[in-house]
Design a protein around this ligand. Structure first.
Ligand code: UFG
Length: 339
């Protein structure tokens, strides 16, 4: 069973490739390496005993995408991660985001139709819900107007996929991620942000190891128990496993509709201060942090109702916040020790 993983050298993609290979799938990665390194395939090889094949090109290129699918028309399914994902950058440069995230998706869909490859797992986000009226948020919650061009690309992508399904034999599962953190237990792969991290946990681990001086906590005046914003953090390996389950569901014809959507979260909400406390506990380090003003565009609180994915996919996130932080810390230490 051959699966194409686009963006397979990235953070979530690389962890998913590991799980796929460990479940016996053959994996071909397409990545333009715009936010990742080719050496990730060696790390995957060390973990699984098999180095996945990697083709480096940009899926925005229609001809190269078509040529790839022509040569690999025995692919059983596509897991599409490859996309830009920085909220702030998308506000500063919206057309970059629309072109990259939407054109690549359309190229993939066109080639899938041409070569009759029917199964697509799409990387979506809880950002499509905006600030839900009352968390936990289930898949039936309304899609609110996107807060950023990045979020809008996820909404539009889901729409493009649904419209395409109506005129082709394609099937698709959109997985809406909450906040993925942590790293593989081997510490051979993990999150590797370029430059200054935008996200909380990489900023925490880089502060703890001394690359950043101080963590800023964005706002302590939210309507939450300790005043800091609440998210549903999920271990990246739990998230990766859900992709394997989704691919199998498609290949084994167990889908109930041609388009299905699942939330991937734990169902637990933790505040920024909860995450910091957990990190300090598992690392044994005191974190240098300061409370500053709110970050524009942040929602107050959001966490998943994961009951549909638990029931329908037979999947459940297993790792707790301490395990997530411990693995992120182990990865940061291991990675920096190699530099
Ligand atoms: N935070 C800080 N300090 C930091 C970084 C983050 O206090 O240095 C806070 C944020 O304000 C927020 C929480 O930590 O309350 C989590 O922030 P992240 O940036 O880690 O995650 P977000 O929830 O903002 O963003 C994530 C993904 C986005 C996605 C969004 C909504 O990174 O890609 O969820 O789905 F769009």
């Amino acid at each position: 069973m051959k699966i194409l993983v686009t963006g397979g050298t990235g953070y979530i993609g690389s962890h998913t490739v590991v799980e796929l290979q460990q479940q016996g799938f053959e994996v071909v990665i397409v990545d333009n390496l715009s936010n990742s390194q080719a050496s990730v395939v060696d790390a995957i090889g060390r973990i699984t005993g098999k180095r996945p094949s990697l083709e480096v090109f940009d899926l925005v290129d229609r001809d190269k995408t078509d040529d790839f699918f022509r040569r690999h028309n025995d692919i059983q399914g596509v897991i599409h991660f490859a996309a830009y994902k920085a909220v702030g950058e998308s506000v500063a440069n919206p057309l970059l985001y629309y072109r990259n995230n939407l054109v690549s998706l359309m190229n993939i869909l066109e080639s899938m139709a041409t070569y009759q490859i029917e199964n697509l797992v799409f990387s979506s986000s809880c950002t499509v819900y905006g600030q839900p009226d009352e968390p936990p948020v289930s898949e039936t919650a309304p899609i609110k107007k996107a807060e950023s061009p990045y979020g809008n690309t996820k909404q539009i992508s889901e729409e493009i996929i649904q419209d395409t399904l109506k005129s082709t034999s394609l099937k698709a599962i959109a997985l809406r991620y909450f906040n993925p953190i942590g790293a593989h237990e081997s510490a051979l792969i993990g999150e590797l942000p370029l430059g200054i991290p935008n996200n909380l946990v990489p900023f925490i681990t880089q502060t703890a190891i001394g690359i950043r001086q101080q963590l800023s906590v964005f706002g302590d005046d939210y309507n939450t128990p300790d005043g800091t914003a609440i998210r549903d953090y999920i271990h990246v390996v739990d998230l990766a496993k859900a992709h394997v389950v989704a691919v199998k569901r498609m290949i084994e014809n167990r889908m109930k509709h041609h388009f299905e959507v699942f939330n991937l979260g734990t169902g637990n909400g933790y505040s920024v201060l909860d995450v910091i406390k957990s990190f300090e506990k598992v690392s044994g380090r005191k974190l240098n942090y300061v409370i500053v003003g709110r970050r524009p565009g942040d929602v107050e609180k959001v966490w998943a109702d994961p009951s549909l994915s638990n029931r329908e996919l037979g999947w459940k996130a297993l790792k707790n916040l301490d395990e997530m932080n411990a693995s992120a810390w182990k990865w940061e230490q291991y990675y920096r020790s190699k530099e």
